[in-house]
Every structure is written in structure tokens, then in C-alpha cells.
Design a protein around this ligand. Structure first.
Ligand code: LLP
Length: 454
């Protein structure tokens, strides 16, 4: 598959930031040009100074950038009957969810945990949709209890469980059928969800039999159809293709007597990760899909994750050592694959720039690696960047989506702190995990017992 993931940009990361101030949430301070060193700002906060205070590794999110991303999408949808349900999995920090709630953005959740977070942040249940191929009965109960807008079911077996739980609770479950339009989008294979061999959704020809089951069951209300074809998709064509094939299914289900209201197109909108990638053309996307939803008289729902938060966040890491083994030069930093796994897992390109850019620093080609004991633990390979020294703080860009949410404690490394910035002020929005808290999960003196007699 053509991998826009591993493709190297034609310009250096620093050039990318200089050429596009704020596209990646950060800019170099203008007034510093004569000072010998330019500070990297996120909003009005110099990130090097912030790192000295909050320590590293730390994720930093700019809420103004989140606002801008919401505004851009809302502008593309203006005038349409449409709703935005933010995919919580991209970044589930309370402060970010709170901003979504304040802006009237709903949530796309994939677990009972995400449901609890969305509700705690004040997102209205009527603006919440529940996706995912493996919802547990207790998670379905919680969704029913809150009365969320739609449980997007992905199989006949799941539909049966939703119906049974709704009957037991004396409720009517609002469901959408998640269809798999069997469309190939140009993205990393792990992120393509709309192919025939993917585990997601049901084939288009399974829609009618499932819809009939909904129509026959008083505890099910079929409110819409849904799909999600993949993630980090720049091109509007696969979205348009899937809208068209879903539109045919809508006609088919209406002929059966279904009164559908919602047309959920999922997420997948791409963001730039390199200095020479332009942002996705949302207006072109909207111009192509809006008329189809409007003609059908359905409310268009989108579930963007990355688009709203990806470029709003950076991961700050500090250089521990510089080493040269003859074949390669390494910059060893204090963040690792457990903090940000995307480069290791998807070959993802994340720009990396110094938070203090020394004038005249010469470019060198390095591997930026972490302390984890795996060769796959890297943030960048053969990257040309200004020479750095131990103690320097680097910003790994475009880390606002699928960064902290995919972190682990591999190598007994506590989870990073997370910070939000507004103008000249910052707040820790998720505390760094303490080593004590991490160790406290272990039962150091386990008591063995027999299973209860059956
Ligand atoms: N809706 C559904 C049903 C999804 O499965 C996803 C993402 C989204 C919405 C949001 O997609 P987005 O707009 O963020 O592309 N960990 C990977 C991304 C996995 C996305 C999984 N599903 C990464 O780091 O690139």
C-alpha cells in the first residue's frame, strides 16, 4: 500500500515549522532573531521554559488550536444538518473533552470507560455514539442507561445482545448499523477499516436482514447507518464512494419501512505530519458529501479524532546523550515508544524540532531514540536536524492524537504528564504517574486460594 506514513518530506522539520507557523501548533518567536537562539512557542508559552518547570517527557496541548480545528470543520459543515462526534480515543484528557463539551461537540466512544469520561466532561448523552466491534454487555447497559444517541452495531450477534439488554431494562435501544462499504483508502494497512477483510462492520448485503430484525423488535429503534473507512485519509474520493454506496442501502432500508434519521460517516480526516503536506481540503470533502446526505434528508454525523487534536499537541522530551557508533549518530532522549508508539508501530513520521533553535547550528543526520530496550524504540531514523546537546529539549510535533492515549508503562516507565496551554498560561491537566502509583498495582504478597466449589 502506498504509505504516506514513511515518506520523507522534502524540507527539514525546522523549515516546515518556519514556513507554516501554527500549522503544527507551534512557531519560533520572531523577536528572538538577533538573540542567537529562537524559542519555540505553543500559543504564547516558550516550550523550553515550560519543560524546565513540568519536567519531561510531557505532552502539551494548545486549546486554541483545538478551537481552530473545530471552527474549520464547523465552517465546512455550516448550513448543513450535521453533528460532530469527537472520537475520544484520539485524546481522552478531561481538559480536551471539556473543551469539546463547551463547544457543543459530541463524542464517539468505544468503551464504557470512554463513556464515563465523556459524560463526566459534560457531553450530552444525546450527542454520544458508541462504536466498536466488541462491546461488552455491561458497556451496552451503561450506554442504554445514559440514553445515548446511537449504539453503532457491528454484527447480528451484537444486535441480539443489545436487544436482550434493552428488553431486560424495559428500554428501547437506538441503534445504527455500521456497514463496511469495502472501500480501499490510501493509508497504513493497520488504519484501513473499510476493506472486505477488516473485522469492522457488516457487509452491505447484511443491512436489510438486520434492519428487518430491528423493525420486528419493539426494543430496537433503527435510527441510522454508519461507516468508518479508515484513518489519516487526505483524499475526498473514498469518502464520496462510501457515501454513495451507503445511500443505496438507505433507499433499500426505507423500502422496508425503516425511518432512518442519521447518516454517520465516521472519522478518518487527515492532518499534515510533515512540512510539505498541506492540510486536508475539508471544503472539497464537504462539497462532495453534503448534497448526498441532504438529498436523503438525513442528519450527517462525523467522528473526527485526529483532525481536532492531532496538531494541537506536542511531546516534550529532553536529550540525555548524544552517541556515535561509527555507522550511525544517535540522539538518546528521555521519552520512548511507551510514551509515543506511532513511529514504532506505524512507521509514522513526526517532525522533531528543538525548543531553543541556536542560530547557525549545523544540520546533522541522526536517529532520535528512547531508552527502551528495543531497536524498534525510535522517534526518527536518519533525520536531518540541527545539532543538539545533552540537556536540550526537543518537541515531537503532531502528538496530540493517539499519543498519550496509546502510552504504556513498558520498561516500568511511569505515564507522562499532560499540560494544556491557553495564551500565556498553562495547567497540568493529567499528573505524571508516580513510580509509587505504578508499583502499587503489584500485589507483593499474593494470597493463593481455591476456586469456589461449583
Ligand atoms: N470513528 C471510528 C469508528 C473509528 O474507529 C475511528 C478511529 C475514528 C472515528 C476516528 O478516526 P480519526 O478521525 O482519528 O482518524 N492509532 C492510530 C489511529 C487509529 C484509529 C482507529 N479508529 C494512529 O495513531 O494513527
Amino acid at each position: 500500500m502506498a504509505g504516506s506514513f514513511a515518506d520523507k518530506p522534502r524540507i527539514s522539520d525546522v523549515q516546515g515549522v518556519l514556513a507554516h507557523p501554527d500549522r503544527f501548533g507551534v512557531r519560533y518567536r520572531d523577536g528572538d532573531a538577533d538573540a542567537g537562539c529562537r524559542e519555540l512557542l505553543l500559543d504564547a508559552i516558550p516550550l523550553g521554559a515550560l519543560a524546565d518547570v513540568v519536567k519531561t517527557p510531557t505532552y502539551v496541548y494548545g486549546l486554541a488550536h483545538v478551537d481552530r480545528a473545530i471552527d474549520d470543520l464547523a465552517a465546512a459543515l455550516r448550513g448543513a444538518d450535521a453533528g460532530i462526534c469527537y472520537a475520544v480515543k484520539a485524546n481522552d484528557t478531561h481538559a480536551v473533552l471539556r473543551r469539546m463539551a463547551d463547544r457543543g461537540v459530541g463524542a464517539d466512544i468505544v468503551s464504557g470507560g470512554e463513556l464515563a469520561r465523556a459524560v463526566r466532561a459534560g457531553i450530552a448523552p444525546d450527542d454520544i455514539v458508541f462504536s466498536g466491534v466488541g462491546k461488552r454487555p455491561d458497556e451496552i447497559d451503561a450506554a442504554l442507561g445514559h440514553g445515548i444517541a446511537s449504539i453503532n452495531v457491528e454484527s447480528g450477534a451484537e444486535l441480539a445482545v443489545v436487544a436482550a439488554r434493552a428488553r431486560a431494562a424495559g428500554l428501547r435501544a437506538r441503534v445504527s448499523l455500521r456497514l463496511n462499504p469495502e472501500i480501499s483508502a490510501d493509508t497504513h494497512p493497520y488504519l484501513a477499516t473499510g476493506l472486505a477483510e477488516a473485522k469492522f462492520g457488516v457487509p452491505l448485503d447484511a443491512a436489510a436482514p438486520l434492519a428487518k430484525r430491528c423493525l420486528e423488535d419493539p426494543h430496537l429503534e433503527l435510527v441510522g447507518i454508519a461507516c468508518h473507512i479508515g484513518s489519516q485519509i487526505f483524499d475526498a474520493d473514498p469518502f464520496v464512494e462510501s457515501v454513495r454506496s451507503l445511500a443505496r442501502v438507505v433507499e433499500e432500508l426505507r423500502a422496508l419501512g425503516a425511518s432512518l434519521r442519521r447518516f454517520d460517516l465516521g472519522g478518518g480526516f487527515a492532518i499534515p505530519y510533515t512540512g510539505d503536506q498541506a492540510p486536508m481540503d475539508l471544503d472539497a470533502w464537504a462539497a462532495a458529501v453534503r448534497p448526498v446526505a441532504a438529498d436523503l434528508g438525513l442528519r450527517l454525523i462525523v467522528e473526527p479524532g485526529r483532525l481536532l487534536v492531532g496538531n494541537a499537541g506536542v511531546l516534550l522530551v529532553r536529550v540525555l546523550y548524544c552517541k556515535d557508533n561509527g555507522a550511525r549518530r544517535f540522539v538518546v532522549v528521555d521519552g520512548a515508544m511507551n510514551d509515543l508508539i506511532r513511529p514504532s508501530l506505524y512507521d509514522a513520521y513526526h517532525m522533531i524540532v528543538p525548543t531553543r533553535l541556536r542560530q547557525g547550528a549545523k544540520d546533522v543526520t541522526v536517529d532520535v531514540v528512547g531508552p527502551v530496550c528495543e531497536t524498534g524504540d525510535f522517534f526518527a531514523l536518519e533525520r536531518s536536524m540541527p545539532e543538539v546537546r545533552p540537556g536540550d529539549v526537543l518537541a515531537v510535533l503532531s502528538a496530540g492524537a493517539y499519543g498519550a492515549t496509546m502510552a504504556s508503562t513498558y520498561n516500568t516507565r511511569p505515564l507522562s504528564a499532560e499540560v494544556v496551554v491557553e495564551g500565556e498560561r498553562f495547567a497540568v491537566c493529567r499528573r505524571r504517574q508516580t513510580l509509587e502509583a505504578l508499583l502499587a498495582r503489584d500485589v507483593v504478597d499474593p494470597v493463593f486460594e481455591a476456586l469456589p466449589a461449583t
